[in-house]
Design a protein around this ligand. Sequence first.
Ligand code: SF4
Ligand code: SF4
Length: 309
Amino acid sequence: MNERKIIGVVSGKGGVGKTSVTASLATLAQEDSMMKVMVLDCDVDAPNLAIILPPDNESKISKQDTYTTLKATFLENLCNNCKQCFDDHFCEFNALEWDSKNSIPKIDFLKCEGCGACKVLCPMHAFEINAVKSGEIISYKSEMGFPLIYGKTQLGSTTSGKLVSDAKEFVKNLEEYEECNLIFIDGPPGIGCPVIATLSNLDYVITICEPTPSGLHDLLRVIEVINQFNLPYGVLINKSDLQSPFQKPFSKHMSKANYEILGKIPYDLSIPKAMSFAKPVVQYEPNSEASIAIKEIYKNLKGKLWDES
Ligand code: SF4
Ligand code: SF4
C-alpha cells in the first residue's frame, strides 16, 4: 500500500451525506494501521468538514490567501468625467453605476466579472483590472490526528474551480504529503467548475445518492461528468431503505444500469444525531447500523483501491 490513492467523494445533489461519509471514512482510515491519511475539503463555497473535524488543541493553523479573481479598479485621477462608460453601457454586467454627486463611475464589486471591457473602452484608460483576494486555503492537524486542508471562497469570487485546483496543489507541499497513502477529497455538489477541478487526477470516485427522483436525476448528471474523465467510480446509496414510492423505479434503474455499488447506508437516526454533535458517526455511535455499513464500505473501498490494482 505504498502507492498513494486519491479518492473524491461527490454527488450531483447537495445534502446527501458527502461530508458525513468523508469524515467517517477518514476516521476509519486513521484507525487503520496500514494507512496514512489526509483530508481535503474542496466544497469551497460551503466548506464544513472542519466543523466535524476541528483542529487539535496543539495544532498550528496555517492560512494562505489566493488571488485568482479579476475585478476592475477605477483610477479617478485619469477620469475626465465624460460619463461615456455609463451612457454607452460599457458594462454588460451592470457593475458600473454613476455617482452624480462626484461625476464619476462607481464599480459594484460583487457584480464586476473582471471582463476588462471598461478598461478597453474608456478613452482615458481610467480602469485597470487587478487580481483580488478570491479565497483562503486553511490547514491544520485535526483532532483525529490527520491533516485537514480546506479552501474557502471569498464573497463575490468567481473562481471557485481555481481555488479547488490551488488547494489540491497546496497539499503537495505539506510535509505529511510524501508519507500519506490515502487522500480523501470532499467535493462540492453539482456538476460545475469546482466539481470538474475536484475530479481531475483522482484514482477513484465515490458518488453518493439517495433513492429519490432528484437523487437519481442528479446522480446521472454527475456520472456523465465522471465518465468524461474516464475515472473508476462506485455508487454509494445513502438512506437506501427509505420508504418511498420511488424505491421500485430507482432499484430497477440501478440494476439495469449495472453500476458498481460500493455500498448502502440504511436510514439511521444515528447520522443526524452525530451531525448535531458535530462528530463522525463511526466515532459517535460505532455500532449503529449506519456505522456498520460505513465500515463495510471502507473495506470495499480498500479492496477496490489496492486488491484490484
Ligand atoms: S471612467 Fe472613462 S468613460 Fe467613464 S467617465 Fe471617466 S473617462 Fe469617461
Ligand atoms: S471589468 Fe467588466 S464587469 Fe467589471 S466593471 Fe468593467 S466592464 Fe463591468
